[in-house]
Design a protein around this ligand. Structure first.
Ligand SMILES: Nc1ncnc2c1ncn2[C@@H]1O[C@H](COP(=O)(O)OP(=O)(O)O)[C@@H](O)[C@H]1O
Ligand code: SF4
Ligand SMILES: [Mg+2]
Length: 319
């Protein structure tokens, strides 16, 4: 599969008055055409920061310290000004948990979708036609075109923001907890819509979620993030069948006990404060397999099998 997204050695910190937050550190990630890659981890582990970085949209006091984010071989992080504005929308776009953050409350649905097209040099006549096509493609009736965001349900609003995000057929769509605010039925409908769009358009979708069950149902590939780092990555079936990183095991056990199918077990403890992460492996304070080396040295993410990468000293012991 040809990769449309390739993230290399990405590091992003927030420089706050109370210290430097090491939100994303040395992250590598790839996504192929039409592939759904889920980024999963507890709250505060750097998932959204990683998502924003893909659009070079990290808010201050955040700073991208190093790395490349290539979309179709264009490094987004090298772009500035008009080139960057064009890349956002044409190469990569993003949807969020709460569409109110992107939708303008005082403008009609049709204007908001048309605006994306007009900003990218599409004529007014064509933009109007395209708005109606887009509304249909996200399953909304034309009747909604003249409504305002507050007149829509949560699911309809998310469909509008998806329409605006895919208006220019970007290569990569970053979806940050897109269904977390929705009820279960609507959640399924929105995920079905994202599935059909990516299949039809060959768009790669980066699904950011705290919900490993959602990832298990939808993803082709999963990347587990803990305390600013990817700790395990691989094809979804393989990771679910044989989770190898203790954090992945703990996440799965928190929803279902894999061996005995007994009651789920919550993960004990909290993720570390990213202003002063523990030395060595960042998961060590919560890991039931921890040993001496873990507290001294930090394990790198290494390929253990084709397409399977793990950052854990236990892998050395398997050899
Ligand atoms: N604007 C910001 N200023 C300072 N720190 C931030 C900001 N946004 C996020 N962080 C910190 O960066 C870390 C990662 O946050 P985030 O990327 O939002 O994680 P997630 O999406 O996994 O919940 C957290 O420690 C969070 O407090
Ligand atoms: S490196 Fe050690 S502490 Fe970290 S996950 Fe592996 S076994 Fe646990
Ligand atoms: Mg987040």
């Amino acid at each position: 599969m040809r990769e449309v997204l390739r993230i290399e050695d990405l590091t992003v910190y927030y420089y706050t008055l109370r210290g430097v937050v090491r939100a994303v550190e040395r992250v590598y990630l790839e996504a192929g055409r039409g592939e759904l890659v889920a980024i999963v981890g507890e709250s505060g582990c750097g998932k959204s920061t990683l998502g924003y970085s893909i659009l070079k949209l990290v808010p201050p006091p955040g700073r991208i310290l190093s790395g490349r984010v290539e979309v179709d071989s264009v490094d987004i992080l090298e772009l500035e000004g008009d080139k960057l504005r064009h890349a956002r929308g044409e190469l990569v776009s993003m949807i969020f948990q709460d569409p109110f953050t992107t939708l303008d409350p005082v403008r009609r649905v049709e204007e908001q979708i048309a605006e994306v097209l007009l900003e990218h040099g599409i004529s007014k006549e064509e933009a109007i036609d395209r708005v109606y096509d887009l509304l249909r493609s996200v399953g909304l009736s034309e009747r909604l075109a003249r409504m305002y965001p507050h007149q829509l349900s949560g699911g309809q609003r998310q469909r509008v923001s998806i329409a605006a995000a895919i208006a220019l057929e970007p290569r990569v769509l970053v979806a940050d907890e897109p269904t977390t605010a929705l009820d279960v039925v609507v959640q399924k409908q929105i995920m079905d819509l994202l599935d059909s769009i990516r299949r039809e358009k060959g768009m790669a979708v980066i699904l950011i979620t705290h919900d490993i069950v959602l990832a298990a149902e939808r993803a082709d590939k999963i990347a587990i993030m803990y305390a600013g780092k990817i700790v395990e990555e691989g094809p979804i079936d393989e990771v679910l069948k044989e989770p190898r990183h203790p954090y992945t095991k703990a996440l799965l056990a928190s929803v279902i006990d894999i061996e005995s199918r007994e009651w789920p077990q919550a993960i004990t403890g909290q993720p570390p404060d990213l202003r002063k992460p523990p030395p060595g492996c960042r998961f060590a304070p919560r890991c039931r397999y921890v040993f001496d080396k873990c507290r001294r040295e930090e394990p790198e993410l290494v390929e253990v099998d084709h397409g399977r990468r793990i950052a854990c000293w236990l892998e050395e012991r398997r050899l």
